[in-house]
Structures are given as C-alpha cells and as structure tokens.
Write a protein that binds this ligand. Structure first.
Ligand SMILES: O=C1C[C@@](O)(C(=O)O)C[C@@H](O)[C@@H]1O
Length: 151
C-alpha cells in the first residue's frame, strides 16, 4: 500500500522560506522522516514536489497506475486558487488529506478558503511539519481498516 506525498509551489524552499512561519526543516528532512515513519507503519511512500500546477496534475493522474492508495497534499498557494487541482483529485477518487504547515485560518483572509478541502477526507493546519506525520498515521489506520473490511 503506497501513499503519495505531494507538495506544491515554493515548498521546495522549506528551511529558508519565511522560517518564522514554516520552520527550519527542509523538505528533504521532512520527506526522510516520513519515509522512516511509513516504513514503521508498513507502508510504501512516494514523494513529489513541483512548482507547476500541470506537473502536479499529471502526477495525480499517474497515481492511478502506480499503486498509490491515498494522497497527502500540501498544495501551497494553489490551495487558494486551483479548481484544476481539486478536479484532478476528484477525478482520481482516492482519499486525500490536506496539510498546511501554518495555521492558514490565523493568517490573511485570502488563505482562509481552500478549493481542496471540499474533496479532502480531512484537513490539518498549524501543526508545523508534524501535520504530515499525523496525516500518515491517519491514512495508515484508514487503509488497514479498508483492507480488513474488504476481506
Ligand atoms: O505555500 C503555502 C504554504 C501553506 O500551504 C502551508 O503549508 O502553511 C499555506 C499556504 O497559504 C501558502 O501559500
């Protein structure tokens, strides 16, 4: 069972980008930690970051064919703008957990609306990079329950 972790625009700059908001860990640090946690949970993990909306959409479509069972996504600024990203998730119809490092609801008003939340199983915001780990633990349990139920 494989989980695909998607990060959108500017998340490649984690660690140096506005560290007072997003912290000091790099995306490579976060992905390495998640890979260890996934292994301990008995899950395979794939990670993909892009600054390009179309590349993210292509990766979501490709997930239909590569064994992906669920997504963890931090869409970055595309959260607040992208109907196309939402439609890609809806089209693939696998569970999605939306993660934001910062508490978007405590920030500028334009960050309060997400096009993704309406098709997500759940939304985690403001837990820092721990939010990705919380999403992984949630999905591990959810996928295990689903596979027991289908037996
Ligand atoms: O790029 C980001 C990062 C973010 O998704 C977060 O992780 O807190 C919040 C977004 O509003 C912002 O555009």
């Amino acid at each position: 069972m494989s989980i695909l972790v998607l990060n959108g625009p500017n998340l490649n700059l984690l660690g140096t980008r506005e560290p007072q908001i997003y912290g000091a860990e790099t995306l490579a640090d976060v992905e390495a930690r998640l890979a260890q946690e996934a292994q301990a949970l008995g899950l395979a993990l794939q990670c993909f970051q892009s600054n390009h909306e179309g590349a993210l959409i292509d990766r979501i479509h490709a997930a239909r064919l590569d064994g992906t069972r669920a997504f963890i996504v931090n869409p970055g600024g595309l959260t607040h703008t992208s109907v196309a990203l939402r439609d890609a998730f809806a089209g693939v119809a696998l569970p999605v957990v939306e993660v934001h490092i910062s508490n978007v609801h405590r920030r500028e008003e334009f960050r309060h609306h997400s096009f993704i939340s309406g098709i997500a199983e759940g939304v985690i915001a403001g837990l820092g990079t721990e939010g990705y780990s919380a999403a992984l633990r949630f999905l591990a349990r959810r996928l295990a329950q689903a596979s027991t139920a289908s037996r």
